[in-house]
Design a protein around this ligand. Sequence first.
Ligand code: GLN
Length: 545
Amino acid sequence: MPKHIFVTGGVVSSLGKGLTSAAIGLILEQRGYKVSLQKLDPYINVDPGTMSPYQHGEVYVTDDGAETDLDLGHYERFTHATFSKSSNFTTGKIYSSVIAKERRGDYLGRTVQVIPHITDAIKEAIHKGASETGVDVAISEIGGTVGDIEGLPFLEAIRQFALEQDPSEVMFVHVTLLPYLKASGELKTKPTQQSVGKLREIGVQPHVLVCRTEQPMTEEMGQKISLFCNVRPESVIEERDVAHTIYEVPVDLVKAGLDKIICKHFGLPYEEETDLDDWKVMINELIKTTEEVEIAVVGKYIQLHDAYKSIYESLSHGGFANGCKIKLRKISAEDLLDQGTSLLEGVGGLLIPGGFGERGLEGKIQAIQWARENGVPFFGICLGMQCAVIEYSRNVLGLEGAHTIEHSPDTPHPVIALMAEQEDVDEKGGTMRLGSYACDLVEGSKTQTLYGAKHIRERHRHRYEFNNDYLERFNASAMNIVGFNPERGLVEIMELPEHPFFVGVQFHPEFKSRPLDPHPIFRGFVGAALAHSRGESRIEESSMA
Ligand code: GLN
């Protein structure tokens, strides 16, 4: 039976609970324990797949095709745990299962209620999230902030969970904020006291407080929080804002002794020293490097950093691999359409991420034309690849009016078409081509060389695809199709071999990059962008044709 850690959040949202949970996973793995991580989200959508990125940030996709919360991205980047449909439950998903049971008559005439039926379903979800064999510690993060009405059934469920297990097998970690008042030059503990008070009203007494703070927390302040919140002084942990990168968080938590506190609580043996050496080397190199490359990201949801979270992280991993820092130039595709490609001048590379909807599409297409014609490294992901297909069709293959039928159903050249199995799909939620699919790479292509493999698997989230009626025309041009899905012949990757770097992929490589194991295409793209900004890249005439 695994031990369970429940992570809750207090005072405000966006405290970095997801990062803290991921870092706890990593520091336990470093001590040799197998972990699982799970997110419980109190909102009513069945999953975030139908939400606007402005509401929720990016939708993170697992191998088995679940559309999940972006915190799962942190969990995957920090740990080696496996993620699936059981790694993210929402109120909507829990209620759907309970209502389906009620309709089947499974409750045998009883009144169906929040307690015990909803809370039972939540506890079942927690067990499911921890059900992989060999898990030593299961970490479940509860979304939202303590005090939210919709979070109550989840807090009640974890209270019951602790009651049913041996108390030494459950640990509550509360991540809270110590606001800093500039005028008086002090950190304040009252909001934390009140938030812990709220938790204790429900019957949950935290064992550990992770205190998010901009300023150092004094020992005296730690003592005060300990006394008022009924938490042992050594378990009041400071988690100060990091100076350089989020990957410093686990190193700081180990310094504060959190791994030892957890092991001690659970009676798990631990060695005196954990190394985290490879993480420390990565962080030090990042701090030391003076080289920087500027990457333009042209998208629709550019104002919100979380909307392209995994893309930005993967770029920074590509930076680690090439010994440079990444400077982002975030450009709204609509601004680009209004103001022109001068907005791109001076960047080392252009990345167009995935997306939906017509807004800004022509701006993305113009940006791609500029990168292709000027030999600027380009990386297109999902909609980014589809835009590159449209651009090349119109401007090089002479297919006037070429478009995607997602936005132009009557186009004379539907170079991007609806996938056959999508034709009869009416419901929006969970119905795209989702999750991990195989891709065979063309031997000797740039992309194949980067992967160093011939058969790969990558994750998908789309309804439209390259229209194979145009395959011959592409094959006869300078653009090479270099990745195919072996089962269905779907086009997965294209590249311009004579361009310094011009790669479009139908899948989402950003879901599989890790700081210590950067994704090969991100590594290659950042390397090419670095070379371009140093003035070292070359372009052959034929790729501009
Ligand atoms: N809207 C496009 C499609 O559904 C691209 C999706 C994406 O970029 N994730 O095919």
